[in-house]
Write a new protein. Sequence first.
Length: 155
Amino acid sequence: MAHEHRYPVDVVWTGNRGDGTRTYQGYGRDHEIRVAGRPVIAGSSDAAFRGDAAKHNPEDMLVASLSACHMLWYLHLAADAGVVVTQYVDRAEGLLVVDAKGGRFTEVVLRPEVTIAAGDAAKAESLHADAHHACFIANSMNFPVRCEPRIVVSA
């Protein structure tokens, strides 16, 4: 039986500098991402696309969503498998290609470094494949999402 979950989000453009979109150079790419009951996220486009480099951009958030989803599934699976994770840091990176066809992500690489206090290091590494297959966000992408984990066993 399928279960549906909805995620209402408001994105509000805040970049009108007085003349709207009269010219391409004349408007700001600033916006706010609003989810009821949560802090507002200040967004913009990437600086390469006339945005504010000090704010989150959609490309960063896509990579972050993939990384966070993978991590949350991994932690769940580790707990179930008796692998005690004490630290998890992912240095994920997405590759966006812009060419004559337009722009698109061609891959995202997750590079989690996972420190474990107890459990089998080989099992800890293998859980990344299971987390990848369980991740809702990765299952929704039309480009490869690779995972290059590193497991550290604390002394």
